[in-house]
Design a protein around this ligand. Structure first.
Ligand code: SF4
Ligand code: SF4
Ligand code: SF4
Length: 782
């Protein structure tokens, strides 16, 4: 029985897709409304409903485990040494342990987005009522407004209240998934992997629920390719005004801050600035708000002494934010139960009393669990703290820096601790002589983690030194980002569906995930530009969307100013914050539904099969990724979309790699004839770690190849892949014969060279199937 008191019992359900008997599910009130589309075979799938599909993918893309540590200490029967084939006390081996840890990470990610969605939806229902309509772009013709939810659950939420029913399902699944990781539960690594995929799919629904709720209720851009440009960068902040900094992902307290300022005619007297995804969402709400930067900008911005008040909500907030804030005497307001920071709960205290305590320094911060009150307290406190601010900047002056740098013994501890292995000792030694160039040179690649300082036995403030050495660069950090537009319009899908599926648009590349890049954010922007120039569709979200903005081309324009925000060839689409990632999967799903007219409702396998075989999409998470980013990646895997990660990504313990030398792995059914046909290693991998941005780009181009490409499409995709390979490696790739199926697919400008390669390899023409991995689709005319 659902908590809405509604219960659906289907004795027998017959659709053109499947026959389901004895299905009994409590799916709330939303299933009752009229919807012409028949329910597909897997409404509200449980842990094993899509296992067959997962195992098909995992047969092609076998997990390759890369243990990050040899022991398991998850229960007190251990710790158990799992090295060299040894089993733990519960019988678990290393492979199962690795896949279990991936599942745990993805459960954390899915729970985080779903918890975020639950919190947000409850807040919005309290404020606007359960019947408030979902509208993510009705006026621009967005009719398939929740494609992931429709696909997974088979329901079409119309109101905020409907979203609660979906959340009930998601939460149940997360509990079951998490329970599978208990000692003595799942005992097979591929079944762990299947559950990883399930967690990723659940995560995609959770993200979609969160974003469609906030778009609808807060009137964020609704599928708008011309969403306004907003300021981004440390240099954009007007320090002559009180400054509020907001960090996190869940926007209601920030909305209340902006509303309070608007109601009182104060907006132009205060700077509202943000870090991480709340920053995206405040600019979606009010484009005059400013984004400072991604997650890794926290330390440098706080230490600059610029923020007068820091408001934190949830996710990706430094655990030492209170300590850092105290150094500059900026009060902290914690605004969710998930991150109380040890602060006293002041939710029910009088506003003036809280402000007096915060501004007077009586208390370092306050926990306020009422977003409206957060809005008023944050603004009034900022006005009171502001006059004293300059006294508390903690970036050292030059004399102080030189004195402190002289304490350096070049012990190298900082460099050993640095995740990017930066040449810190040399830079600090130079600084001791007054030369700050070395410090300035570290700025781009420094991810602001502060580990160098923690490691330094002489308590040298290395990160603050880097910020000091980079003052000029920081002042010049003034860029523009197109604010998150939300979903892709149905009409955009109609326009690009055919060229994507036929391969004439060479691919859709999605730049997602967190910002702790190996060589700094510039690499993400360079990757984006390379693919934009080649007329791929480039989609971005979260920290990656910010990093793309922090780069200007030869004309002094950011990529958001130089390229359109439309979902089209050569378009740069910022969908928005982390939860807006769901629109990237949503776009692929909508191609299958709107362009190819595949049924969407609870028809997961068929849609994933379509995307995997026909939609040339690939994701890239270039930075070190959080658990949320892990679950985002696994959601793409279940849809059959490959994901590439940067060098840090291998720490997620396993890759999902295809073996192009295993010919038997690359057969598909030809849906026209039912014959099994060799389709080539396309896409070659499902999860791949690249060491350099060049390797990542070449692999991205290659992973856009699909069995369904037409000859012209394959030619265009191969031209890009081969051209990038030659550009970055200086040679032709050695696998061309595996990807050319007929001579008409040979890129014209390289014809002679490739014909020779084909001849030398004994190449033979291959068929182009109507590909599917699902035998039940054979002979089904579409
Ligand atoms: S879960 Fe298994 S492998 Fe891990 S510590 Fe416990 S007994 Fe050992
Ligand atoms: S850890 Fe400290 S003392 Fe050692 S090299 Fe680095 S800055 Fe110098
Ligand atoms: S703060 Fe920067 S320099 Fe220090 S350890 Fe982190 S990345 Fe390296």
């Amino acid at each position: 029985m659902s908590r809405k008191g509604l219960h659906l019992k289907l004795e027998e359900l017959k659709t053109e897709l499947a026959q389901v008997k004895g299905l009994e599910i409590a799916i709330g009130r939303i299933v009752e409304e009229e919807w012409a589309e028949p329910v597909g075979p897997t409404p509200f799938p449980s842990l094993a409903s899509l296992r067959d599909w997962d195992l098909k993918l995992l047969k092609k893309y076998k997990p390759m485990y890369l243990p990050y540590c040899d022991v398991c200490c998850l229960c007190t029967m251990g710790k158990c040494d799992l090295s060299k084939g040894k089993l733990g006390a519960c019988g678990l081996d290393m492979s199962k342990q690795q896949s279990r840890i991936v599942l745990l990470a993805c459960c954390i990610g899915a729970a985080t987005h779903t918890g975020h969605a639950r919190h947000l939806v409850e807040h919005l229902i309290e404020k606007y009522g359960p019947d408030y309509p979902i509208d993510v772009g009705r006026t621009v013709g967005v009719e398939v407004e929740a494609p992931v939810t429709r696909l997974v659950c088979g329901v079409r939420p119309k109101t905020l209240g409907d979203l609660e029913d979906v959340l009930d399902y998601l939460e149940t699944q997360i509990v079951h998934l998490l329970s599978s990781t208990h000692t003595g539960q799942e005992g097979d690594e591929l079944d762990f992997e299947s559950k990883v995929f399930h967690a990723g799919m659940i995560d995609q629904v959770g993200m979609e629920i969160a974003d469609i709720a906030q778009i609808s209720a807060f009137n964020l851009p609704r599928a708008d390719p011309n969403a306004p440009l907003a300021d981004i960068g440390l240099g954009t902040v007007d320090t002559s005004k009180p400054v509020i900094l907001i960090i996190g992902h869940n926007v209601p307290p920030s909305v209340e801050i902006i509303d309070y300022l608007e109601r009182n005619g104060l907006y132009d007297k205060v700077e509202v600035t943000g870090i991480c995804c709340t920053a995206h969402d405040i600019t979606r709400y009010e484009s005059r708000a400013k984004i400072i930067g991604p997650i890794s900008w926290q330390l440098r911005y706080v230490r600059s002494g610029v923020p007068d008040v820091i408001v934190v909500d949830e996710q990706c907030i430094r655990a030492d934010i209170l300590v850092e804030a105290q150094k500059i005497k900026a009060p902290v307001i914690a605004s969710t139960e998930k991150n109380c920071l040890g602060l006293a709960d002041r939710t029910n205290d009088p506003v003036e009393e809280i402000i007096s305590d915060l501004a007077g320094g009586k208390t370092p911060g306050a926990l306020i669990l009422n977003p409206e009150k957060v809005g008023e307290v944050a603004v009034k406190t900022a006005f009171q703290v502001y006059p004293n601010r300059s006294k508390f900047k903690i970036i050292p002056e030059i004399d102080e820096l030189i004195r402190e740098a002289r304490r350096c013994t070049r012990c190298n501890e900082c460099r050993r601790a640095c995740p990017n292995n930066l040449p810190i000792p040399e830079a600090v030694s130079d600084a001791a002589t007054g030369n700050l160039t070395g410090l300035a040179n570290l700025y781009e690649a420094c991810i602001g983690c502060g580990r160098c300082e923690s490691a330094c036995p002489n308590h040298i403030r290395v990160h603050s030194f880097i910020v000091k050495g980079s003052e000029r660069k920081i002042r010049e950090e003034k860029y523009k980002v197109r604010v998150g537009r939300g979903p892709i319009q149905d009409v955009e899908i109609r326009n690009v569906g055919a060229p994507i599926v036929l391969g004439e648009i060479p691919g859709v590349v999605a730049l997602v995930g967190c910002a702790n890049y190996p060589e700094g954010g510039i690499e993400v922007a360079e990757i984006a530009e390379e693919f934009l120039k080649r007329r791929y569709i480039v989609v971005a979200s979260g920290c990656s969307a910010m990093s793309i903005a922090a780069y200007k081309n030869e004309e002094g324009k950011t990529l958001y100013e130089a390229y359109p925000g439309t979902f089209e060839a050569g378009g740069l689409v910022n969908v928005g914050s982390c939860v807006s990632n769901s629109h990237i999967a949503g776009a692929a799903i909508k191609i299958a539904n709107i362009f190819a007219k595949r049924n969407l409702r609870a028809n997961y396998e068929e849609i994933a099969d379509y995307i995997h075989n026909r939609v040339g999409a690939v994701g890239l998470a270039w930075g070190a990724i959080t658990q949320k980013a892990a679950s985002i990646a696994s959601g793409f895997w279940r849809l059959g979309v490959p994901v590439i990660v940067g060098p840090h990504g291998s720490k997620y313990r396993r890759m999902l790699l295809g073996r192009r030398d295993h010919e038997e792995d690359w057969y598909v059914y030809d849906a026209r004839t039912g014959k099994r046909v060799y389709a080539g290693p396309t896409p070659e991998h499902l999860f791949y770690a690249a060491e350099t941005k060049e390797e990542a780009m070449v692999m991205m181009a290659k992973l856009c190849l699909r069995p369904n490409d037409t000859s012209k499409g394959r030619m265009i995709k191969l031209a890009n892949y081969i051209d990038m390979h030659r550009k970055f490696y200086g040679v032709m790739p050695d696998d061309i014969p595996q990807y050319v199926r007929r001579e008409s697919e040979i890129p014209v400008t390289m014809k002679d060279e490739i014909v020779k390669i084909l001849k030398d390899s004994g190449w033979q023409e291959k068929p182009t199937p109507d590909p599917t991995l699902l035998p039940r689709l054979v002979g089904v005319k579409k």
